[in-house]
Ligand binder design. Structure first.
Ligand SMILES: Cc1cc2nc3c(=O)[nH]c(=O)nc-3n(C[C@H](O)[C@H](O)[C@H](O)COP(=O)(O)OP(=O)(O)OC[C@H]3O[C@@H](n4cnc5c(N)ncnc54)[C@H](O)[C@@H]3O)c2cc1C
Length: 475
């Protein structure tokens, strides 16, 4: 039986981004339905950010503690893997979404459980697990926040091996003795770091010539060095050509010849949009495609369809998706109220400008790698006249205080025509908490001459700012 109801806004997908779009639209006085096929809270809460960071926090804390004289000798033992996994389970609310469902109720958003599909202009159908169908109409907007799934390569034998994806890597309830990790991006290096520390013998198989290819090259170099020192086998310029499982053991054949044996194999080889079964064909869009949007997050060519978060492929990060959600919520509300959008102001309430210029990211490895804005290569390929300023973070007083033998590096990219920063990268212990200062400098387009007056406290790691500025000025 088909039931029908109309709202101002229908949101597809209740991950962190869908939840925030719903919240902002409600705050603007609009009625909102949200459709979720799995757990309210999305990939981030149950199989991505939250469990991965719960696994990594003790790893990083132990690594830091081992660099503090007087403390070092008290933290030489193994991690208590069972306790770490139990903490991870608590952190993911044991894969139950009651808390987040309660929050949706508290803000007056109606939750529909089931698979949502667009069924023509401003129409959505929701198919419940019992096969019942509900039709939802949207007076103002349908917002696609359906996120991504792991993308697996076409490889002989892969399905039979039952490989880990990010889901298994973040939710496994036991530590495999040997873990092969395929990939060199953020998920691969974070999970390699976590499972090596939890007791697995990790072999990291990287197709390119370094790790973290989207960051400055020194980030991948320092993380690879630390992973190797932790006991992982890091191999670059290798491709897996075939996998099979024999008597429980996974055997991965390598392009260069030879095989790697493991108990589990994780493929961290990219993400694919969850738009393949979304009814996009009913409105002339390509199923399975990333949805291209303008800066108000509205799908190109549509007056009512928005795509926010991972689904639009602008920046596959929770915080950036939630930023987009705030912008989209404001834009939808303004359009619903007939208020002209502030489209002429790139830094106004209705334009996700930071997606282009000021995206921050932290890789929670030992050492941490954190960046905001553009790398040198990105700035140069954008045709900017730039200078890269580098500094060895070991020479900062606060770094030496933080950790004995602190190793790290910083780089800022200066736009020589405007004398503002286009990008900053820090690698080293505890730099994750430092990167917001760079985001503020980049998004605020703070002139270098004014940054000179932003005095970092002594003796903190933030003094790296002073050293970078001195290096730039030749002081
Ligand atoms: C291992 C890992 C670690 C990560 N760590 C971090 C981190 O530390 N920090 C960070 O910023 N980012 C991190 N990310 C990225 C982050 O998880 C994503 O950017 C974020 O989850 C995107 O949010 P979203 O709401 O767009 O999509 P998702 O979180 O994927 O949520 C989408 C929701 O839509 C639902 N859905 C899909 N299709 C339908 C449908 N047809 N009908 C109804 N519901 C549907 C899904 O069930 C899901 O609940 C990590 C990713 C991975 C894989």
């Amino acid at each position: 039986m088909t039931d029908s109801k109309t709202y101002d806004v229908v949101v597809l997908g209740a991950g962190p981004v869908g939840e925030n779009v719903a919240d902002r639209a409600r705050a603007g006085g609009l009625s909102v339905a949200i459709v979720e096929s799995e757990l309210v809270g999305g990939e981030c809460s149950y199989w991505a950010c939250m469990p991965s960071k719960a696994l990594l926090r003790p790893v990083i804390a132990r690594a830091d503690a081992r660099k503090v004289p007087g403390l070092r000798q008290t933290v030489q033992g193994d991690l208590d893997a069972a306790a770490v996994l139990a903490h991870r389970d608590d952190y993911t609310s044991h894969w139950k979404d009651d808390g987040q469902v309660g929050w949706l109720e508290s803000i007056g958003v109606d939750l529909y459980r089931g698979h949502g599909r667009i069924a023509g202009t401003r129409q959505v159908t929701v198919t419940g697990s019992d096969g019942t169908e509900q039709t939802l109409g949207a007076r103002h907007a349908v917002v696609v926040c359906t996120g991504t799934r792991a993308a697996l390569p076409e490889l002989p034998g892969l399905a039979d091996v039952k490989p880990w994806t990010s889901r298994e890597a973040t939710s496994a309830d036991r530590v495999p003795a040997r873990l092969a990790v395929v990939g060199g991006g953020v998920v691969a290096v974070e999970m390699a770091t976590a499972w090596q520390a939890l007791g697995s013998q990790v072999t990291l198989l990287v197709r390119g010539d370094g790790l973290l290819p989207r960051m400055e090259p020194f980030a991948g170099e320092l993380v690879a060095k630390a992973l190797t020192e932790a006991g992982a086998d890091v191999r670059t310029n290798v491709s897996v050509t075939e996998v099979r499982r024999e008597n429980g053991t996974v055997k991965a054949t390598l392009s260069e010849g030879g095989t790697v044996e493991a108990d589990e194999i994780l493929f961290a080889t990219g993400r694919a949009p969850r738009t393949d079964d979304l009814g996009l064909e009913t409105i002339g869009l390509e199923p399975g495609s990333w949805l291209s949007v303008d800066d108000s997050l509205r799908v190109e060519g549509s007056s009512w369809l928005y795509a926010v978060g991972d689904a639009n492929h602008r920046a596959l990060l929770t915080h950036q998706g939630k930023y987009q959600a705030r912008i989209a919520g404001a834009a939808i509300t303004a359009r619903a109220q007939g208020v002209p959008l502030l489209e002429t102001d790139p830094w106004g309430a209705h334009s996700a400008t930071a997606d282009h210029d000021a995206v921050p990211q932290v890789v929670f490895t030992d050492p941490e790698a954190a960046s905001a804005g553009l790398t040198l290569a990105e700035a140069e390929s954008a045709g900017k006249r730039v200078r890269a300023v580098d500094y060895d973070m070991a020479n900062v007083a606060g770094s030496g205080l933080y950790a004995d033998g602190y190793e790290g590096r910083a780089r800022m990219i200066v736009d020589l025509d405007r004398e503002v920063l286009l990008g900053v990268t820090f690698v080293g212990p505890a730099v994750g908490e430092l990167i917001h200062s760079a985001t503020v400098a980049i998004a605020g387009q703070v002139p270098i001459d004014r940054l000179w007056h932003a005095v970092p406290a002594y003796p903190t790691i933030s003094e790296v700012w002073l050293r970078l500025l001195e290096t730039y000025r030749g002081a």
